[in-house]
Ligand binder design. Sequence first.
Ligand code: NAD
Ligand code: UFG
Length: 344
Amino acid sequence: MRNILVTGGIGYIGSHTTIELLEKDYNVVILDNLSNSDIRIKDRIEILSGKKIKFYEGDILDNSILNKIFEGENIDTVIHFAAYKSVGDSVKMPLEYYNNNINGTVNLLRAMKRYDVKNIIFSSSATVYGEAKVMPVSEKTPLMTPTNPYGKTKSMMEEILTDVYKSDNSWNVVLLRYFNPVGAHKSGLIGEMPNGIPNNLMPYISKVAAGELEYISVFGDDYKTIDGTGVRDYIHVVDLASGHVKALNKIEEKCGLKIYNLGTGNGYSVLQVIKAFEKAANKKINYKIVERRSGDIGTCYADPKLAKEELGWEAKYEIDKMCEDFWRWQCTGLKSLIEDEVLV
Ligand code: NAD
Ligand code: UFG
């Protein structure tokens, strides 16, 4: 099984995963509508890997392009990243989120069924655990309905994929629950490109370090954590990417339905991340403690044992490396995209 369709492959996690796949000699076909990504990332993927990828600019909601890909590319497996992912936007625009994420996934699955392609790896999220009572969260931790439409789309898509598998056991479905992806490729050429002012912690800190924003607001210091600030399981995006290659190996064994947490098992507080980033960037990062952000939970980190046992995968990179790589991307790859400089 060598021909992989990567939906959303120009995006943050998709681009890093594509590089890992090309390194392992998979043939990659990308379908992306570029709604949250930049086509210049495609050239950078090709430069970094020294290989060509087949790229279709288009939408998972568009049957004509899906038919064309499945008819022409001999796809074995789909890695499905394409989705909208902003928690805040999803509250303001629930219909756009349900349409893109849910209808898009259903449309993709129907196309896969038409062409008898029954292997899929799906990008899920730790958000499906909600505010779990016991840490770390394992795959057996009871699920809770997320508080926002984005999170709900992830829970619903997990259910849809599970029902598809139940209806026909010849499908192989791997649901990967990501914790908090951060960092960037070590080259600094590809990384996360948030639209406008970032919502997530590390992209925001990075902009403060770059002098683009004055300070970071720390949302609450009265959680039951080491220093009162929120604790999360940050995972290097390259570790996350390699988890997808391991999941593909599992699919090749005809695994049926499988669910894995992809996290490090370690939690870091907001203040600890700020400190690690100060070290990486060699800059002081100003912060202010403000009110808790509505919908936030205090602590969330993974029990990653199952992925280790069944996939032979575990995260390699520590928080310092995540910050160093993010900062390199901020100063080189991202800067050159914004300023439209030719870097490579
Ligand atoms: P991203 O926005 O960088 O990448 C998503 C890509 O999908 C973009 O290139 C976008 O242009 C494309 N896309 C969106 N809708 C599309 C459509 N209808 N048709 C074709 N292409 C479309 O996001 P990311 O951070 O790489 O996330 C990838 C996946 O992982 C998403 O499903 C996201 O929900 C999930 N996830 C992300 C995080 C995170 O913190 N980054 C955490 C958990 C889960
Ligand atoms: N935080 C701040 N200030 C900021 C941004 C974040 O203090 O400006 C804090 C948050 O309160 C939290 C921590 O930093 O304690 C991490 O926040 P992020 O927004 O980076 O990440 P979340 O854990 O809130 O959410 C992320 C993704 C969601 C996903 C969830 C679970 O953004 O899409 O992980 O996987 F659902």
